[in-house]
Ligand binder design. Structure first.
Ligand code: PEP
Ligand code: MG
Length: 618
């Protein structure tokens, strides 16, 4: 019983993105039972059910700082408040540092060590106290003004080291203000175990602090189904509903929530009837999940004997552990951005080496495809300010950006190459726009190898270097790129966005973000054929690879290597084992002859998004 049918209710919102399918074997609570006034209808972004108290995260909102004049006699009191806040912030940072160190290792904990150090910086303390003393203002306003002055000064210096300090100052000031103003929800890391995070937006930097042991579910007002924090939530198996309008207003701290990441609904303090309906659904889901566990050691082979590679997409060390637990052959896409989000400044070569090594250890002897840093557009690092662009997703991003910052690229390449001496790893360059960019990226690898050779550092001289095909220009020139690359990896999330000129993060455009558009299917076929003609391996790592409703089509088009979120591996394996390649090819031939989305969906038996039968994998 692989799927859960979403009950039909009148709405123009639908459960979109990953995991939609027409099959429906486990019934969800009936429409009448789930009709409830305290319900927010959003969009399902990570399958599963979660229940727990709400934690309203205001991390993306700026703090309102009260401002008042203070009399001379009050100044010592204000300074005393500052000292107390400094002590509290320091203690909090030390605890966080050791917790994160235990959970994710030194590299991820370094952000808190750097911030604790900043608290003791005499310059910061002097800036604040001078303002209380001379300008006679309250300490909260003094902290805010001092932080503003210091960040502006650091930002003006044309040196990345100083700009990194500016980001530190902002973070530290935020924490201090949290203590001074007695905000209960200072940071996302303060949340009690078992909480459901409710936020306006799941920012990429929030993703680095998600801990599946603490976070049961996520509810966000904004963000797309392929936004990075959402991808991470999916890989951690955290049920998520996005586009939950007004959630941060309608939901109060500690409200009891049910997050239905199958149908895209959030119930606030649900009635006993609703709870019973979801108890029943939970039993069905658990039974389904347990049945899938039996597949962990079963090889992924079609019924007519074709072996299929099932790798995992990972972003954090914890995902790599999940990948191993679900029997992934290796890591088909290691998104290294998350290792950078976890730091207050660029991680050093050694810090990167340690993080990548820990992830590779989890899936050893499986291979790890490590993608170089893919930032720009919607993925921004606070300490790497980029010049404003009118259309950032058409601007400096991925490999283009790194080629313009050779020092950042070189540091990362050194860490990955050093790891290749002892672990099976490959290199992957994102957002390749054409052959020239890939050749330039390859040249950067060669010169980094030369440097390591001179230093006597060991590395695998034959490390495979791949190109991501996720822009239309790369898809169209895939044959030429395949001649230069050792392998290709199709990133359908961006490919769909750029082919269909539809922002992948936008809810307003969600109806146009259609992976089953004939343009997408024809492009996939074109790239798969190009790689085959050049005798190069190709893998599919975008979110469509993890949707069981598409598996037959993808196999028929020629995909024999999938890289999906760890939690999706077993479901895809189940579908692979149940299909014959011959039938998959026949299906693909019919789909390739279709000129409209509706025809494609009819071939696959997938309902239209606004139809009633949209269903989601468990
Ligand atoms: C993609 O675009 O499909 C992809 C895998 O890259 P990301 O989602 O990290 O942009
Ligand atoms: Mg991409």
């Amino acid at each position: 019983m692989p799927y859960v049918k979403v009950p039909a209710i009148a709405t123009d919102k639908a459960a979109v993105g990953v995991g939609s399918s027409s099959a429906a074997d486990v019934a969800t609570p009936s429409s009448t039972a789930v009709e409830n006034r305290a319900m927010i209808l959003g969009v399902a972004a990570s399958a599963g059910l979660a229940r727990g108290p709400a934690f309203i995260c205001r991390c993306d909102e700026s703090v309102v700082v009260p401002r008042r004049a203070v009399a001379d006699a009050e100044v010592p009191q204000e300074i005393e408040k500052l000292e107390a806040a400094l002590r509290a912030a320091d203690g909090e940072l030390r605890v966080l540092q050791s917790q994160i160190q235990q959970r994710s290792g030194n590299a991820e904990a370094a952000i808190f060590a750097a911030q604790a150090e900043m608290l003791h910086d005499p310059m910061l303390r002097k800036e604040i106290t001078q303002r209380c003393l001379r300008s006679k203002i309250n300490v909260e306003a003094a902290v805010s003004d001092a932080a503003e002055k210091l960040t502006a000064a650091f930002n003006q210096i044309d040196d990345p080291v100083f700009r990194e300090r500016a980001a530190d100052v902002r973070d530290v000031a935020r924490r201090l203000l949290g203590h001074l103003l007695h905000h209960e929800e200072t940071t996302i890391r303060d949340l009690p175990a078992g909480s459901i995070i409710v936020a306006r937006e799941l920012l990429p930097s929030l993703a680095a602090s998600l801990d599946q042991n603490k976070v049961r579910g996520l509810v966000a007002e904004r963000g797309g189904a392929t936004a990075h924090a959402v991808i991470l939530a999916r890989s951690l198996g955290i049920p998520t509903v996005i586009h939950a309008d007004g959630a941060t207003q309608r939901i109060k701290p500690n409200d009891h929530l049910i997050v239905d990441g199958l149908a895209g609904r959030v119930f606030i303090n649900p009635t006993a009837d609703i709870q019973r309906e979801y108890d029943r659904l939970q039993v069905d889901l658990d039974a389904r999940r347990n049945a899938l566990k039996d597949l962990i050691d079963v090889p992924a082979v079609t019924s007519d004997g074709v072996a299929i590679k099932l790798n995992a997409n990972v972003g954090k060390v914890a995902d790599a552990a999940m990948a191993a637990a679900f029997g992934a052959e290796g890591i088909g896409l290691y998104r290294t951005e998350f290792a950078f989000f976890a730091h207050a400044q660029f991680p050093t070569e050694e810090q990167q080496y340690q993080v990548y090594r820990t992830a590779a250890d989890h899936v050893r002897p499986g291979n790890v495809v490590i993608r170089t840093l893919d930032v720009g557009s919607d993925k921004l690092l606070p300490y790497f300010p980029l010049p404003a662009e009118a259309n950032p997703s058409l601007g400096r991003r991925g490999t283009r950006l790194l080629l313009g910052h050779p020092q950042i690229l070189r540091t990362q390449l050194r860490a990955i190459l050093r790891l290749s001496a002892t672990h099976p790893v490959s290199l992957l360059f994102p957002m390749i726009g054409g052959v020239e960019e890939f050749i330039a990226a390859r040249a950067a690898v060669e010169s980094t190898k030369e440097e390591l050779r001179r230093e006597g550092q060991p590395f695998n001289a034959g490390i495979l270097i791949g190109a991501m095909i996720e822009t239309p220009s790369a898809a169209v020139t895939a044959r030429w790129i395949a001649r230069e690359a050792d392998f290709l990896s199709i990133g359908s999330n961006d490919l769909v966005q750029y082919l269909l000129t539809t922002d992948r993060t936008s809810m307003e455009m969600a109806a146009y973000y259609e992976p089953l558009h004939p343009a997408v299917i024809q492009s996939l076929k074109f790239v798969l054929d190009a790689a085959a003609a050049e005798g190069k391996a190709v893998s599919l790592c975008g979110e469509i690879a993890g949707n069981p409703a598409y598996t037959a089509l993808l196999l028929g088009l020629g995909v024999t290597s999938f890289s999906v979120a760890p939690g999706e591996i077993l479901e895809i394996k189940r579908v692979v084992c149940s299909l014959s390649m011959a039938a998959a090819r026949q299906l693909a031939a019919r789909v390739l002859a279709a000129g409209t989305i509706a025809e494609v969906k009819a071939c696959l038996g997938v309902a239209d998004r606004c139809g009633e039968a949209a269903a989601h994998p468990v």
